[in-house]
Design a protein around this ligand. Structure first.
Ligand SMILES: Nc1nc2c(ncn2[C@@H]2O[C@H](COP(=O)(O)OP(=O)(O)OP(=O)(O)O)[C@@H](O)[C@H]2O)c(=O)[nH]1
Ligand SMILES: [Mg+2]
Length: 305
């Protein structure tokens, strides 16, 4: 049984740093500039023996004006809807700022299992912020240091409890499904070759394992503004990655599973690459580095002109 955990919070609090730590690889871009992450990103997270689906999100900004930040906020809200557990991260050294309070209101309305996380708590200067965090109304914050790996045992308890709850819920649903099992006879048969290594658990309990590495990776690359993200959205039939007239929207390479004729293919949307001499901004360099890595890991590369 797996659950989905989303890391949310205002820009620059350390969401991507925690995401990378839980995934065990530095796959999300991290930098001390606010607003680095733009698209929500998912991967398999792990704490000790627990595995779960983890979502990194863009820093939350309280705007509804159609701007890039507004579209990032909408993506964050989609991640919140999708998640079983929300880790609401603040920067404990900075204490509670108005944007944290505004976001807290949004999260309260979401009616989800929200846990407050005070990051950057490795130093003494975080103590005041952790006390102040109570006023956000989500109980005692978890003192965490994503960079130094402190506080992970508390995250373990939270995820473990969520997995138990999900398993109980599934058992209850299975019991009620059994009552309506007759309806299942009317479902069409679907022919999919499922091999043993695609399964998690044993016998009748086995479920499909979620592992993006197992599928064909198709990287979509090209110059900035060539329409890579638009193509990915069109293929999957939803606004999965951010698009728009602004140059260089995509930062992290984002893997988007796509089903085609019964097969799952991972489309990888990437940041636009242009002449090296023109790339001098630090964030663009990081993003292009990620695009180049995606090319390396892809089995197929689509160059969009
Ligand atoms: N001292 C300290 N710094 C941290 C910690 N976690 C993250 N940072 C730093 O905080 C900065 C922001 O980290 P990110 O992980 O990029 O933050 P983010 O919340 O994903 O930021 P956006 O994507 O811009 O919203 C980076 O310089 C990190 O190195 C921590 O536990 N302690
Ligand atoms: Mg980030």
């Amino acid at each position: 049984m797996t659950v989905t955990v989303a890391i949310v919070g205002r820009p620059n609090v350390g969401k991507s740093t925690l995401f990378n730590r839980l995934v065990g690889r530095k796959i999300a871009l991290v930098d001390d500039t606010p607003g680095v992450t733009r698209d929500r990103r998912e991967a398999e997270g792990r704490i000790a023996d627990l595995t779960f689906r983890i979502l990194d999100t863009a820093g939350y900004e309280d705007v509804t004006d159609g701007s890039l930040e507004d579209r990032m906020r909408q993506q964050t809200e989609l991640a919140i809807r999708d998640a079983d557990v929300i880790l609401f991260m603040i920067d404990a050294r900075a204490g509670v700022v108005p944007l944290d309070q505004r976001f807290a209101q949004v999260l309260r309305k979401a009616g989800k299992d929200v846990h407050l996380v005070g990051n950057k708590a490795e130093s003494k200067s975080a103590e005041h912020g952790l006390v102040e965090a109570f006023k956000l109304g989500f109980g005692e914050p978890i003192a965490l240091s994503a960079e130094h790996g402190l506080g992970l045992s508390e995250l373990y308890s939270i995820v473990s409890a969520a997995i138990d709850t999900a398993a109980e819920k599934k058992a209850a649903e299975a019991a009620s499904d059994a009552e309506t099992a007759g309806d299942l006879d009317q479902m069409p048969d679907v022919d999919v070759d499922i091999t043993e290594d695609m399964l998690e658990g044993e016998g009748e309990e086995a479920t499909l394992r979620w592992n993006p590495r197992r599928y064909l990776n198709v990287a979509i690359v090209g110059r900035p503004n060539a329409g890579k993200s638009t193509l990915v959205n069109r293929m999957v039939g939803e606004d999965r990655v951010l698009v728009g007239p602004e140059a260089g929207i995509t930062r992290d390479s984002i893997l988007v599973p796509w089903e085609w004729e019964g097969r799952v293919i991972n489309l990888v949307d990437t940041a636009g690459i242009r002449r090296r001499s023109r790339v001098n901004e630090k964030l663009e360099k990081l993003a292009v580095g990620d695009s180049l890595r995606s090319i390396q890991y892809a089995e197929v590369v689509v160059l969009l002109l």
